[in-house]
Write a protein that binds this ligand. Structure first.
Ligand SMILES: NC(=O)c1ccc[n+]([C@@H]2O[C@H](COP(=O)([O-])OP(=O)(O)OC[C@H]3O[C@@H](n4cnc5c(N)ncnc54)[C@H](O)[C@@H]3O)[C@@H](O)[C@H]2O)c1
Length: 359
């Protein structure tokens, strides 16, 4: 029987991995079933590290799913539920452990939260985006009919354990991509974090560790104010209106589509361009944002002919109205943005301006 201490309001929802044993001893001493969900990459690169550190996990059941966004589906979820059922899993006696990136955390969290009305789960994120963002906040789910995160529930992990060393087996592009959400957290809530990020000497080193915790702290502080995403939590969508459209555009047109983080980084430049044009955001903050983001991310290359298609993708997004596009407007670095609606013409200008950065 599990007795869980952590809740959404507690800062101890995220801990260094070294605290895992203590956490088990305090909360899951009598638990009889442990499952670890991994994908093929985290099975190879992360599971051995975890098992080596915590011998108590040696007898756990391992569930392996194929890696990649395409496998974040109900079908994969069914496989997980089947495994749980095959082991006669009972809600009270089980802890489910997600060891992986955002896909494993979203998928495993959903599978656990829905099996027998919910078994306890924890996240051990292994990519930068999952460490600094996806592992907390309680959004779990799967894609459905090609629409991202269409099916899901809000369910919080009992704890999130961070271990910087997992990042060592990731490609640099994956790590840089994760920086986008961290930069976003700085921009919407903490100028100091923003400054730290843009001055970081090497993101492949432990310099990143503190930044991960600061980023988590910001996300958690926003989520606790608006768990169900009806108000202030929308500020986390800063950069995402244009970013999502760019991500979809790239999926349609590019053989090697850009990553989510790359799209959000571009979206943040374009959305701050609009704020600057409207005299909401100062020139110096706009320059700092543009230069800071371009330090990590190359401008996305596309033909100006694609702009109309991008705008149609935005207009079709459920969060927008046909004639105006909803954007989180940044007024200053480190200050919560505010939602406002904008005509397509100004979005057109921002895309044009952004594309001129490629030259
Ligand atoms: N729930 C949320 O709040 C939230 C927030 C942001 C993103 N997300 C979701 O997160 C997903 C994107 O996250 P992601 O980029 O971590 O995706 P991912 O889980 O697909 O990981 C990216 C790739 O890296 C591999 N990988 C993971 N850890 C590794 C490691 N340590 N070493 C080597 N390879 C490793 C994975 O197998 C995969 O191939 C999307 O599905 C997105 O919707 C959720």
């Amino acid at each position: 029987m599990s007795h869980v201490v952590n809740n959404l309001l507690s800062e101890s929802i995220y801990q260094p991995l070294e605290k895992l044993k203590e956490f088990f001893n305090s909360n899951y001493k009598d638990t009889t079933q442990f499952f670890i969900l991994v994908d093929d990459h985290t099975f190879e690169h992360c599971l051995p590290i975890l098992l080596d550190k915590f011998r108590i996990l040696e007898k756990v059941n391992i569930i392996i799913v194929e890696s990649g966004e395409n496998n974040k589906t109900i079908k994969t979820c069914e496989r997980i539920w089947n495994e749980l059922a095959a082991h006669n899993t009972e809600r009270q006696d089980t802890l489910f452990i997600n060891l992986g990136g955002g896909v494993v955390c979203d998928l495993g969290g959903f599978a656990a939260a829905t099996f027998k009305r919910g078994i306890d789960f924890i996240n051990i994120p292994t990519t930068l985006i999952s460490m600094a963002d996806a592992s907390i906040g309680g959004k779990t789910g799967v894609n459905f009919n090609s629409i991202k995160n269409m099916i899901g529930v809000f369910a919080h992990p009992k704890c999130v354990f961070i271990h910087h060393d997992f990042l060592k087996s990731l490609e640099r592009r994956q790590i840089v991509s994760g920086m986008a959400e961290i930069l976003k957290h700085g921009l919407i809530a903490d100028r100091e974090l923003w400054n730290k990020c843009i001055n970081i000497k090497d993101i492949m080193t432990e310099e990143l560790s503190n930044i991960i915790y600061e980023s988590l702290k910001i996300k958690q502080s926003i989520v606790v104010q608006d768990e169900m995403d009806r108000g202030i939590r929308n500020t986390l969508n800063f950069g995402h209106t244009i970013g999502h459209a760019l991500e979809s555009y790239s999926m349609i047109h590019d053989e090697m589509p850009i990553t989510h983080g790359e799209a959000v980084a571009s979206g943040m430049i374009m959305e701050t361009f609009i704020a600057n044009q409207m005299r909401i955001l100062s020139d110096s903050d706009f320059q700092s944002i543009k230069t800071g983001i371009l330090r990590f991310f190359m401008p996305y290359k596309m033909n100006t002919k694609g702009i109309s298609e991008l705008i149609s993708l935005m207009a079709n997004d459920k969060k927008n109205q046909q004639e105006s596009i909803n954007i989180q407007m940044l007024h200053a670095i480190g200050v919560m943005p505010q939602k406002s609606y904008h005509k397509k013409e100004i979005i057109y200008d921002s895309l044009n301006n952004y594309l001129s950065l490629q030259h």
